[in-house]
Write a protein that binds this ligand. Structure first.
Ligand code: AKG
Ligand code: FE2
Ligand code: ZN
Length: 469
């Protein structure tokens, strides 16, 4: 979004034409934008660990290098080492079998908040029961219709034929210079946001319990009971009973944060702005298909992000009362709106073979640039505990990660935080979230671009090609 025109915000450029120097700390009042603030959209960093560095999940995740990057960027990308092969013929066969019957496909409607069409509410329609083939055929047809509309509309002419990577010549992709890559990816993002009002509904095969990974995969095995997380040995039943979490369908468990989910994307299918349940880490692996495009905000700017998100929502009857309304996963924001208010936003195009990690209390959102298959799970480590204890709760839905569970984990792995939590709780105060370092804007602006990486996995989902005329 341009900073010119009838913006309700103060000018970002001083009258002498020079930018205003930004302060070194983020707004003391959450959501107050920073005078002089327009920031550029930057790439998140890409890590290329050796198999040896990668194989111990927690050691790698908690290494100084990764932690530093996580606090700074909120989201990071890892090019998984070639020795790590998450699939084989058998896992593919199992996956195909599990996707054979009709699947509940999510329907997403995009409702712009105002005429600038830079932020949206995503409303959920009734889920549709479709087989994978029906879902892919229908989304492909819609995609072709969208292209036809773009061709007919003069102001959208420049968005026609923004190629999906899979349709590009592999060689051309490899030969791209960083500048060409940047321009192409920026077009992909532009097309997505500009077409939200034309393609005002999308379908997404999201949140299917399941895994596409080999059962004998030795590390980063998302569905393994031994995935090294602090939630692993919780005596859930006892805690649930002690805290009265017994629902109609039995004892409440933390399945949602302990088991992986599959995501079968189509063009424009979207994940709204959110942090994880209990503000955990998440790990997301793209098995196959077109890139998943991400936006992420480092957690030091999360409160400012929340305040801006609240400002963007129309002040009607539906204005959210809930202090944690973003947990409802129904808000989509153009990164420029945030950047113009001085909130740092990073992006990446995740390709097959890439693992994206989101950090505790780091907002993230994005879309699929075509048909693809991703798998994600939550991760809990010792350094996450204070974030888990501080996580804001949504009052309108059952809590997927009650704080009593986090407290139980803290008693075992971080007694000091557990004690602070108890004192705060007895005093009716929230647990104080850890203080986080802020990156100075100069350093932000100097963040380097990362290199693209070619996908290396065999195709599982093979949608037909989009028509080219
Ligand atoms: O792929 C998706 O739709 C969800 C991505 C996400 O939010 C995550 O992996 O944490
Ligand atoms: Fe997420
Ligand atoms: Zn809520």
């Amino acid at each position: 979004m341009s900073s010119k025109g009838s913006s309700p915000y103060p000018p970002l450029i001083k009258s002498d034409g020079k930018g205003i120097k930004r302060p070194y700390s983020w707004p003391a009042t959450p959501g107050s934008f920073i005078p002089g603030g327009a920031l550029p959209l930057r790439e998140i960093p890409l890590f290329k660990p050796t198999y040896d560095e990668f194989k111990d999940e927690i050691k790698y995740l908690t290494s100084e290098e990764i932690q530093k990057a996580g606090r700074k960027f909120g989201v990071i990308k890892i090019q998984t080492p070639l020795e790590w092969v998450p699939q084989d013929d058998e896992s593919q066969k199992k996956l195909r079998a599990s996707l054979e019957s009709a699947l509940p496909i999510l329907v997403q409607h995009f409702v712009p908040h105002d005429k600038t069409q830079q932020s949206f509410s995503i409303e959920r329609g009734m889920a549709r029961q479709l087989t994978l083939q029906q879902y892919q055929a229908e989304t492909l047809r819609k995609d072709n219709e969208l292209e036809a509309t773009l061709r007919k509309t003069p102001k959208f002419k420049n968005l026609v034929g923004v190629l999906k990577e899979r349709e590009m010549d592999e060689k051309a992709l490899e030969k791209e210079t960083p500048e060409q890559k940047r321009r192409r990816e920026s077009k992909v993002r532009e097309k997505y946001f500009k077409t939200r009002v034309i393609q005002e509904s999308t379908m997404y095969g999201a949140d299917f319990s399941g895994s596409a990974m080999r059962t004998d995969l030795e590390c980063w095995n998302f569905s393994s009971k031994d995935f090294p997380c602090l939630t692993k040995d919780l005596d859930e039943e006892t805690i649930a009973q002690e805290c009265g979490y017994v629902s109609m369908d039995g004892v409440k468990t933390l399945d949602g944060v302990k088991l992986p989910y599959l995501y079968i994307g189509s063009y424009g299918s979207t994940f709204a702005c959110h942090t994880e349940d209990g503000d955990c880490y998440s790990a997301n692996y793209l098995h196959d298909g077109d890139p998943k495009v991400w936006f992420g905000v480092p957690c030091y700017a999360s409160e400012a992000f929340e305040a801006v998100a609240r400002q963007l929502i129309p002040k009607g009857d539906d204005f959210p009362q809930c202090p944690a309304f973003l947990r409802e996963k129904s808000t989509l924001i153009h990164p420029d709106l945030l950047l113009a208010r001085g909130i740092p936003v990073f992006t990446t195009h995740q390709r097959p073979g890439d693992l994206v990690i989101t950090f505790p209390y780091a907002y993230h959102w994005g879309f699929n640039s075509g048909h693809n298959l991703a798998e994600a799970r939550n991760v809990t480590t010792k350094d996450w505990i204070p974030f888990g204890l501080a996580a804001k709760k949504c009052k309108c839905h059952p809590d997927p990660f009650p704080v009593e569970y986090v407290h139980e984990i803290a008693k075992k792995h971080d007694p000091k935080s557990a004690r602070v939590f108890e004192i705060a709780r007895d005093d009716n105060r929230p647990f104080p979230r850890p203080k986080l370092d802020v990156i100075p804007s100069e350093e932000y602006a100097a963040v380097e671009e990362s290199e693209p990486k070619a996908g290396k996995l065999k195709s599982i989902l093979k949608p037909e090609k989009r028509s080219s005329n």
